[in-house]
Design a binder for this molecule. Structure first.
Ligand SMILES: C[S@@+](CC[C@H](N)C(=O)[O-])C[C@H]1O[C@@H](n2cnc3c(N)ncnc32)[C@H](O)[C@@H]1O
Length: 418
């Protein structure tokens, strides 16, 4: 690292402090503010403080809401941040994230209780591996840092992923280069495990043979190296209603199947009866293909790979209404008021940054129903305020917990023209 540009970390001080609340990322907040992972509201602790970050040295008074985390690496792993909090208190806090975000934008409305949607566990995980001398470190990224925490299991993951941990470590051991990191994205699809590996450097014949050999031995559906399938034993499909879709290697899916079904059920209920539906930020079609069971759908998506998967799914499912797919960057070029005219329902499920410009076009449109789905309460609330300002009324907002024991929450609500 260039010394002149090396950032000096602020000096550490050991202080006694009391946690007042838990912030949106799951860290406790004490006066300062100081963000302290692992503390709960009301707890006093000796904390090593550097700038705004704190590290618990000793808890002096424990909250009655403190419970024993069920994962042995919970304190270090960046995956879950709140396994140490009793379920009821955790659920109240998580719902409150959505309530607070709406309040900040001046949006009032009914927020339903948090919907538990962990189901069979998280179906997507990204594991990392690095060499440290002759040892291999294999696991998840550490909380507040880039280092890897060695993991032997992940109790919040889908059973297919958990069962494959030893084999994935073996794969990592055989593919991880001497320098640089290997990333393995695993997805528990309805057709079996889909494994996708990426690392800096060339793919050799040896890499391909290793990948194919392990996939065959373990019965994985597919294994890809740098997004190119190296072996496909069975189709790693996901079922969206009647349609079967094979997502691209490492492609986006809602975190749990139960979460996707909860969102889809609410979205379909809101748009049922529509004569033409647009699904914006459609991914590989979790909502578009379900909606196409009763109405023609336009699916718009900025990434060509999931859009091709959606297209293939639509083309190979009998009895669907027509599905049009459109590749488009909706941040640069949102659907205009004129383009929105033929639709009487729009579903939008943007990334964390939200859909500000698209919401502005919808606010000027005459589309009767908009379903907004988001993984970020702040941008959900901002976009909700835009729609309401444009004359929509917001139905019940449902927070859906598919990232249990983390600070992430999915939110869905329908908006109807007054
Ligand atoms: C939260 S995912 C939702 C995908 C899908 N609705 C689902 O439930 O599986 C957001 C999707 O928006 C797409 N996306 C992100 N930025 C975009 C943009 N500027 N224009 C169009 N699509 C975008 C991503 O590729 C991703 O597929």
């Amino acid at each position: 690292m260039n010394r002149r540009h090396a950032k000096k970390s602020p000096p550490a001080a050991e202080v006694e402090l009391e946690a007042e609340s838990v912030g949106a990322r799951g860290d406790a907040i004490a006066q300062g503010p100081v963000y302290v992972p692992g503390l709960l509201p009301g707890e006093r602790a000796i904390v090593e403080v550097r700038g705004e970050r704190g590290r618990v040295k000793e808890i002096l008074s424990e909250s009655p809401e403190r419970v024993r985390p069920f994962c042995p690496i919970h304190e270090r792993c960046g995956g879950c941040s709140l396994q140490h909090w009793a379920a009821d208190a955790y659920r109240t806090w998580k719902r409150e994230l959505v309530v607070t975000a709406l309040r900040r934008e001046g949006v009032s409305g009914h927020v339903a209780p948090l919907l538990h949607a962990h189901g069979q566990g998280r179906r997507r995980a990204t594991l990392h591996a690095k060499r440290s001398g002759s040892d291999l470190v294999f696991g998840y990224t550490m909380r507040a840092g880039h280092a890897i925490v060695d993991a032997k299991d992940c109790p919040v993951a889908h059973g297919l992923i958990r069962k494959s941990f030893p084999a994935l470590r073996n794969l990592a051991d055989r593919l991880t280069p001497d320098r640089g990191q290997l990333d393995i994205a695993v997805t528990a699809t309805d057709g079996g495990l889909d494994v996708s590996c990426a690392w800096p450097g060339e793919i050799t014949l040896d890499h391909r043979l290793t990948a194919a050999e392990l996939a065959a031995k373990e019965g994985w559906a597919r294994i890809s190296l740098k997004a190119e399938p190296a072996a496909e034993r069975t189709r790693p499909y996901v079922q969206f209603g009647r349609a079967r879709v094979v997502p691209p290697p490492g492609g986006f899916l809602q975190a749990t199947k139960a979460g996707e079904e909860a969102l889809a059920e609410r979205a379909m209920k809101a748009v049922r009866g529509a004569k033409r539906i647009a699904d914006l930020y459609a991914g590989c079609g979790a909502f578009a293909l379900r909606a196409a069971e009763f109405a023609p759908v336009l699916a718009v998506e900025g990434d060509p790979a999931p859009l091709a998967a959606l297209r293939h799914g639509a083309d190979h499912t009998q009895g669907l209404k027509p599905v049009e797919t459109r590749h488009r960057d909706l941040a640069l070029e949102p659907m205009s008021v004129k383009e929105l005219e033929p639709f009487d329902a729009v579903i939008m499920d943007p990334p964390r940054t939200g859909a500000k410009t698209q919401a502005e076009r919808l606010a000027d449109s005459r589309v009767p129903v908009v379903v907004s789905i988001s993984c970020n309460p702040a941008t959900f609330a901002r976009d909700a305020a835009i729609l309401i300002e444009g004359g929509y009324e917001m139905d019940t907002v449902t927070p859906v917990d598919q990232f249990a024991w983390t600070g992430h929450v999915e939110t869905i609500a329908a908006f109807r023209r007054r």
